[in-house]
Design a protein around this ligand. Structure first.
Ligand SMILES: Cc1cc2nc3c(=O)[nH]c(=O)nc-3n(C[C@H](O)[C@H](O)[C@H](O)COP(=O)(O)OP(=O)(O)OC[C@H]3O[C@@H](n4cnc5c(N)ncnc54)[C@H](O)[C@@H]3O)c2cc1C
Length: 438
């Protein structure tokens, strides 16, 4: 109930803030109207800018804001709402030029006043930002340069748009309106200071040391992290944190990883990383004693938020990491409810935590169903991707009441969701974790 109230509260705050520039327009002396379409386009521009500015808060990982929804939902919202904000901002000059074609002269930057050029530059920055984000994978832009450019373009777009408003000067006259815009700009700058300076200072005070690096099956490595001079993070099983390793906490480069150890384990914690790209492929070479910093915990992919008579986990490849944490935690809590794990891997040798799952099977009421896409010759188990037929063979009779947790690559998640629908299972009982925010 508290979560719903909290979630509703933040939605209300969000709506109020995007409308705020319009309310402020009405305070004090209002300049004469310049025709419906012109004023309408200005309203859209103000709302679009307000939405863009709020993006800094959405991605600032403020715990009160993220916890009712889950940070993956917040990032999803960030992506979708930016398209709406972009449409609003784009419509602002388009409507003006269509309703008053004489405004087309402003397309010439040489003869246009500086504030018009600032507005155009804001729009160009925003367009590049949106295209490089939506098409990042198609354009083959790797994550790190994209992230730096993304932050730079966002600051440019918002800064230039504010300059444009100040330059036009139509709705910023009077101390109240002026202070509103100055306050808004300051709030955006403060949120950047919080993310880039205050948060890292907190991480700097709570360092970790890599105690061990353990080789697991399936090109995966487990980092055992020991907190230095503090108690460590207390997390819920299934949650994750951003990891910075062998770098200052102020470094831009960080990667999200689920905790793989039991949430009941005091002190040290574990993170298991599959070799995938330039950063993850170096994890096996990290020497013990290396400094690490964590920003977390985040995420709602946890059994602790969902009470059910039984849990079903459906994972592919490295998607096992949050689930192994959940299973280890449930074993430490002497869980008695029935649990099922559908685990799809390429080969039998690649099954990460294979032996650990056997051990957990002795401590829990856990049934593990392995499915291999490249099984050995004598394999008698399931083959190929997890589908409705495989699940139908094993799911318990009370399957409708169970809670389902899916973690794996996007195509696998889509296929499993369809399979669950085919089996008549309610999608509201479904939790999923995507290892890809962007
Ligand atoms: C919530 C969450 C939990 C995760 N848990 C695990 C886990 O327990 N174990 C595990 O092995 N992997 C996990 N991942 C995936 C892991 O973060 C990426 O595989 C890793 O960041 C890739 O980095 P790279 O430089 O080696 O690969 P690259 O080849 O550079 O990147 C591969 C893809 O990973 C994504 N990615 C890269 N860098 C980042 C970054 N800094 N932040 C976000 N995404 C990035 C991008 O979509 C990119 O296209 C998780 C991801 C998320 C979002």
């Amino acid at each position: 109930m508290r979560t719903i109230v909290n979630a509703g509260f933040w939605i209300g705050v969000y709506l109020f803030l995007i409308m705020a520039p319009l309310f402020v327009l009405l305070i004090g002396p209002v300049p004469p109207g310049r025709g419906f379409w012109r004023e309408f386009s200005v309203g859209l521009g103000f709302m679009g800018l307000s939405m863009m500015g709020l993006q800094f808060f959405l991605t600032g990982r403020f715990r009160h804001v993220t916890s009712p929804y889950g940070i993956d939902v917040i990032y999803h919202f960030h992506r979708q709402i930016s398209l709406i904000a972009f449409a609003f901002i784009l419509l602002h000059p388009l409507i003006i030029m269509i309703s008053a074609p004489e405004a087309l002269v402003f397309l010439n930057p040489i003869s246009s006043p500086w504030w018009i050029n600032a507005g155009v530059a804001a729009l160009v920055s925003l367009t590049i930002l949106i295209v490089t984000s939506v098409k990042r994978q198609k354009l083959r832009i790797s994550y790190e340069p994209w992230r730096l450019t993304h932050a730079f373009l966002a600051i440019c777009a918002v800064g230039l748009a504010l300059t444009h408003i100040e330059g036009v000067g139509y709705y910023v006259q009077g101390p109240l309106k002026r202070w509103f815009w100055v306050g808004l700009a300051l709030a955006w700058i403060l949120s950047l200071i919080y993310i880039r300076i205050i948060k890292p200072i907190g991480m700097f005070k709570r360092p970790y040391t890599v105690e061990k690096v353990i080789k697991e099956r399936g090109r995966t490595w487990t980092l055992v992290l020991r907190p230095e001079g503090h108690q460590g993070i207390s997390f819920r099983p299934g949650q994750f944190a951003w990891l910075k390793i062998d770098k200052s906490p102020f470094a831009i480069r960080e990667h999200p990883f689920s905790f793989s150890s039991s949430a009941m384990k005091m002190g040290g914690l574990e993170i298991s990383v599959k070799e995938l790209g330039d950063f993850t492929s170096t994890i096996g070479d990290v020497p013990p004693g290396t400094r690490a910093y964590l920003d977390g915990p985040y995420g709602t992919f946890t059994v602790d938020r969902h009470t059910a008579p039984g849990y079903v986990f459906i994972v592919g490849g490295v998607g096992i990491t949050p689930v192994i944490s959940i299973l280890r935690t449930l074993a430490d809590r002497h869980e008695k409810r029935p649990l099922q794990l559908f685990y799809s891997s390429k080969t039998w040798e690649d099954v990460t935590f294979r032996e650990e799952l056997d051990n957990l099977g002795r401590r829990l009421k856990l049934q593990v169903v392995h499915s291999l896409s490249d099984p050995p010759e004598n394999w008698e188990g399931e083959r190929g991707r997890i589908n409705a037929e495989i699940m139908a063979r094993y799911l318990p009779e009370n399957r409708v009441d169970c809670e389902y947790f899916i973690c794996g690559p996007e195509p696998m998640q889509m296929a499993v969701k369809k399979a669950l629908q085919k089996l008549g299972l309610p999608l509201e009982n479904l939790q999923s974790e995507s290892f890809n925010f962007v």
